[in-house]
Design a protein around this ligand. Structure first.
Ligand SMILES: Cc1ncc(COP(=O)(O)O)c(C=O)c1O
Length: 367
């Protein structure tokens, strides 16, 4: 097939938009100025300079309320292990990040599915779930949702924080895409609206620097962060101090903000090219146009089997992730396209291949 496989599957940018020169230079500066911290064991909470920088960036945290982790997935996994016991009812959006489902299932949680709307989680459905019994924790991805592409409205953020306070459940704001809106400033975090101390906020440098640096963080009530950092210290002593020192240097020097601007421009162009190609070539496809981030969630006609479509698509030289991977049940006629790895000039060809695979699956004449 011409030009190799076009993969819309991975939630990662293509290498051409990774800031390798900036990271190389930041690493040299970090090792010149911060080498002792960078090359030593640290403490469970992570690099103190980066805790402080993150606290100041948010504007409402004390550094003791921020713990730096080896990526934000690790933060989420540790939080779930700390808070969730077998049989606890945990709200998950539908669809949601596949690893969230995996981690919670491993802990024996009772998953309570709540559907997504174009402006994020269906709060009415969450209220109905609360009426049926106590909820331990709700996992919410507020910005540029993975996989759904939607962004939670400000009104819903306010209501969710109120509900968490009233009903005493934990709200886990899993927010790695916050800094990547295509236009304007990000909406207020639920953490910044929370006066009851029920929100744990996690974010990451995976999407603003690069996934390979493995630096993320979790912030929230100091008691909970202290328990998490004690556990971190007992498990791995400290997170990767060298990576954190480099990231801190990127933050302080302004390179992080410059890179965010650059990456947003690239992602926006990739997203627009994908949207245009879908409208032209697969007009039946229904989707919420992403306002930022990496992902677009596509609903195809009822009865379409996207697992079979994926098989066929691979033969055509294109891949994506089929909907059921993000669902407790259902999702058969949906799929996730990640535009982050696909340069704008390849989007139309990628969609052409998906359309060809769709036609083959429909005509019952697989390749
Ligand atoms: C919603 C969500 N949470 C967490 C993560 C994990 O990110 P990190 O690389 O910081 O571990 C991802 C990565 O794709 C994600 O989409």
């Amino acid at each position: 097939m011409a030009g190799g496989t076009i993969s819309f599957a991975r939630g990662a940018p293509s290498a051409d938009i990774l800031p390798h020169e900036q990271v190389r230079e930041a690493a040299a500066r970090a090792l010149a100025e911060d080498w002792e911290t960078a090359l030593s064991y640290g403490v469970g909470i992570g690099h103190p300079g980066l805790c402080k920088w993150v606290a100041e960036r948010h504007g409402h945290y004390d550094p003791a309320q921020v713990m730096i982790t080896n990526g934000s997935l690790e933060a989420g996994a540790m939080l779930f292990a700390q808070m969730v016991r077998p049989g606890d009812r945990v709200v998950v959006e539908q669809p949601t990040y596949d690893r969230t489902l995996l981690l919670l299932k491993q802990l024996g949680a009772e998953l309570v599915p709540v559907p997504l709307e174009a402006d994020g989680l269906d709060v009415g459905a969450l209220e109905a779930a609360l009426a049926e019994g106590p909820i331990k924790l709700a996992h919410v991805i507020p910005n540029a949702h993975n996989p759904a592409g939607c962004t939670l409205s400000l009104e819903k953020r306010q209501r969710l924080v109120e509900l968490a306070g009233e009903h005493g459940f934990w709200l886990f704001e899993d927010d790695p895409y916050r800094e990547l809106p295509f236009e304007g400033e990000p909406l207020a975090t639920m953490a910044s609206l929370d006066h009851a101390g029920r929100v744990l906020h996690a974010s990451s440098f995976s999407k603003t620097v690069s996934p390979g640096v493995r630096v993320g963080y979790i912030a929230g009530p100091e008691v909970e962060i202290a328990k998490l950092s004690k556990h971190a210290n007992e498990t791995y002593i400290s997170p990767n101090m060298l990576a954190e020192s480099i990231v801190l240097e990127l933050c302080r020097s302004g390179e992080l903000d410059r890179n965010i601007e650059f990456v947003k421009g690239e992602l926006k162009a990739r997203c627009e090219a994908l949207v245009e190609a879908l409208r032209e070539q697969i007009p039946e496809a229904e989707f919420v146009v992403p306002q930022g981030g990496y992902f677009l969630w596509l609903d195809l006609a009822e009865g379409t089997d996207t697992v079979a479509l994926l098989d066929e698509a691979k033969g055509e030289g294109v891949s994506f992730v089929a909907g059921p991977d993000f669902m407790i049940e259902g999702g058969e006629n949906s799929l996730r396209l990640s535009f982050a790895p696909v340069p704008a000039d390849q989007a139309a060809e990628g969609v052409r291949r998906i359309a060809a695979a769709l036609e083959r699956v429909r005509s019952g004449s697989p390749a």
